[in-house]
Design a protein around this ligand. Structure first.
Ligand code: ZN
Length: 288
């Protein structure tokens, strides 16, 4: 029997993440770390269907949260992901339109002293307006394309390196990697339709990073949450029931074929490098 994305309508019986419908940013209602207290669930309230109140960390939009517990939401997400995969080529068309607009204007300028060109002017103006509008639409959808279909991580830090710290990593808490269940102080999981780990963020179905609270390097506290720059590794083991649930929480139907899964962890005591740049910090394993 063929598996169809249209057939996935089951709602999960457990708490799932929420996803911003604008930018794909995901938040788990159980996240309670410092600075994200606003997501803390009230003890007298079932967290299951409690919509997060704060604005999305990813794009600043409010009231855009969709509950990934709903089968219909997951189904819509799968369709959205697949349509993004099929419009890879279309992303370049924005540039093509701008270039053709420039050529159009150039040709117009050359023939401007010709009387026939004056008669063409309204037509040229109309065409230019249509081209500009579609280029603008491409630009807007391009902003969305900076992120994976579903994502949760710190922004990639930009600017030159201002400080660098190397040493063994520690943390105040321990995390569990979602797929393998390994104990760690940081992890990245990724899901995509091929194994091109260096591909642009938007081509990912899911990209999620988490680092433990109270990170330190050789006992020196790291302020702020780092973006994790780790070597992506394919997760080829058979998925446990727990791992299947973790994928489902993130709006993925684990029974669908064709997904490649990635999981990389940072273990406590591992040798890492932390770099501070103008807009944030990045952590990578090893020394540089
Ligand atoms: Zn958002």
């Amino acid at each position: 029997m063929p598996i169809s994305s249209r057939s996935f309508t089951d709602s999960a019986s457990f708490d799932c993440h929420w996803q911003c419908t604008e930018c794909g940013f995901q938040v788990a209602t159980w996240v309670t770390e410092t600075g994200r207290d606003s997501y803390r669930t009230q003890p007298d309230e079932r967290p299951l269907d409690r919509r997060p109140a704060p604005a999305c960390e990813g794009c600043g939009a409010t009231g855009t949260w969709a509950n990934l517990r709903e089968g219909g939401v997951v189904e819509a997400l799968i369709v959205q992901d697949e349509s993004r995969q099929s419009t890879r080529g279309a992303r370049r068309s924005g540039l093509v339109k701008l270039v053709s607009l420039a050529v159009w204007v150039g040709v117009g300028a050359l023939t401007f002293d010709n009387i026939a060109a004056w008669m063409m002017l309204p037509l040229m103006g109309g065409t230019a307006a249509v081209m500009l509008h579609s280029a603008y639409a491409e630009f807007v959808s391009g902003r969305r394309a900076r992120f994976a279909n579903s994502w949760s991580h710190e922004p990639v830090p930009r600017g030159r390196v201002r400080a660098r710290l190397e040493g063994r990593v520690g943390a105040d808490e321990r995390l569990r990697a979602p797929l393998s269940g390994r104990v760690c102080v940081g992890y990245e999981i990724g899901v995509r339709h091929d194994i091109d780990t260096d591909a642009d963020p938007w081509s990912w179905t899911l990209l999620e990073q988490r680092s433990a609270a109270g990170l330190s390097i050789d006992g020196v506290a790291v302020s702020g949450r780092p973006y994790l720059r780790l070597e992506r590794k394919i997760y080829a083991q058979e998925l446990s029931a727990g791992a299947l649930d973790e994928l489902r929480k993130r709006g993925l139907d684990p029974s669908r074929p064709g997904y490649s899964l990635f999981e990389t962890i940072v273990e406590a005591g591992e040798l890492v490098t932390v770099e501070r740049r103008r807009t944030g910090i990045a952590l990578c394993t090893g020394t540089h």
